[in-house]
Design a protein around this ligand. Structure first.
Ligand SMILES: C[S@@+](CC[C@H](N)C(=O)[O-])C[C@H]1O[C@@H](n2cnc3c(N)ncnc32)[C@H](O)[C@@H]1O
Length: 213
């Protein structure tokens, strides 16, 4: 059976190469859908201090709340370069860092809000990444994630499974992940799982699970 690990896809290098074309490739879907969905994330970000993981070319920066104390990371220096340029143009005072979400270098309980859009489809070990979020999220904080996931429909699900190896090989993106399950397994309780387009594009809000007394 095909496995992403055995395929040894270098996701970081893929994004480094894709970076200069990323905004062009995504132009239409961005205008038609993503822009509206990004705004939904920021309606849910209440605190001034937050972390964005997988910031990419910085498409969410324009929605950062005024006076935000934001930190944003990405492991692709290529993508991050564009995010830094965007932030500079906007005069945004955000802390943009090269960092792997699978090995975060922040103190535990640092962020009351953590956000990400379309990230855990490409993180090589999504469970490891989500467990890192659990460590750095405050106990009463929450994560807000916009993600695309494997469809629930039997035939569509199988179709996505069949196509996935080719998509991963070409782009580093997995189209058949069960992100809801990964979020739970990483130690969060899902507070909201909202379908944005069929049951493929979703908005998740989750809180760190409290330890049983
Ligand atoms: C599909 S892009 C989304 C970018 C941006 N969030 C957006 O909405 O346009 C996925 C991003 O996640 C980043 N990424 C994937 N795995 C990562 C990891 N392990 N650590 C940090 N960033 C990662 C990629 O480099 C890429 O910039």
């Amino acid at each position: 059976m095909w496995s992403e690990k055995a395929e040894r896809v270098d996701v970081k290098t893929k994004y480094d190469h894709l970076a200069q074309w990323y905004d062009v490739f995504e132009f239409f879907i961005e205008v038609l859908a993503f822009t509206f969905w990004r705004k939904k994330i920021f309606k849910l970000v209440k605190e001034k201090t937050f972390l964005e993981v997988g910031v990419g070319t910085g498409k969410n920066l324009r929605y950062y709340p005024a006076h935000a104390k934001a930190t944003a990371i990405d492991f692709s220096e290529g993508m991050l370069k564009y995010a830094k340029q965007r932030a500079a143009k906007m005069g945004l005072d955000a802390n943009l860092k090269a960092m792997d979400v699978q090995a975060l270098r922040f103190e535990p309980d640092s962020f009351p809000n953590i956000i990400g859009s379309f990230v855990f489809c490409s993180v090589p070990d999504p469970l490891k990444g989500l467990r890192e979020l659990k460590k750095v999220c405050t106990p009463d904080g929450r994560i807000v994630l916009l993600e695309h996931v494997r469809p629930k429909n039997f035939f569509l699900g199988k179709l996505f499974d069949c196509i996935n190896p080719v998509v991963v090989k070409r782009t580093g993106v997995n189209i058949n992940r069960d992100t809801a399950q990964n979020i739970r397994e990483a130690g969060f309780d899902i507070e909201m799982e909202k379908n944005l387009f069929g049951n493929v594009f979703k908005l998740f809000v989750a809180r760190p699970r409290k330890a049983a007394d």
